[in-house]
Design a binder for this molecule. Sequence first.
Ligand code: XMP
Ligand code: MG
Length: 183
Amino acid sequence: MDASDIRSDLSDVLYTADEIQQRLDDMAAQIERDYDGRELLLVGVLNGALMVMADLSRTLTRHCEMDWMAISSYGSGTQSSGVVRILKDLNTDLAGRHVLVVEDIVDTGLTLAYLIQNLKSRNPASLEVMAMFRKPDALNSPVTVKYVGFDLPNEFVVGYGLDYAGRYRNLRDVGTLSPHVYS
Ligand code: XMP
Ligand code: MG
């Protein structure tokens, strides 16, 4: 669905589907340059990264492999719990692989810090992170996101894979919710 389908649920549209795809075109070009001559394994973090994984991988004009992890983060609320648990692990052995973690959004970076530490212990040849969105608190995190789509203000957003209480993942655009949705 598009923002126009659920206009009363949204207070603002921050990025449209077209703007997201345009940014992905640039990011994919940069990733192609950086990984020239190297096999690339994209690791998507479920559930939020499903849209960015699908779009980034198809925007690339080269081969890549894809695998998925699921880790617990927010539950259905809007505050980072700091509690991270692996719900679904990778099927792929990372030893010697060039791994690019594909994330929807980095907020405090707590989730990502845990994930990176965990993946590093599996001895990949290289390990970098791509995130479609980044919030201001991420700048205090020890983990550097090499490829950032857009920097967001410190507001809860939905769409393009990001949910509130399980909904809005299938919104093509990214926006903030109207107060009435929370109450
Ligand atoms: P941390 O704080 O660990 O959080 O970097 C990362 C995870 O939290 C979720 N998250 C959001 N989900 N709208 C969402 O729907 C948001 O604005 C938002 N901010 C953080 C998300 O699962 C992310 O992977
Ligand atoms: Mg996520």
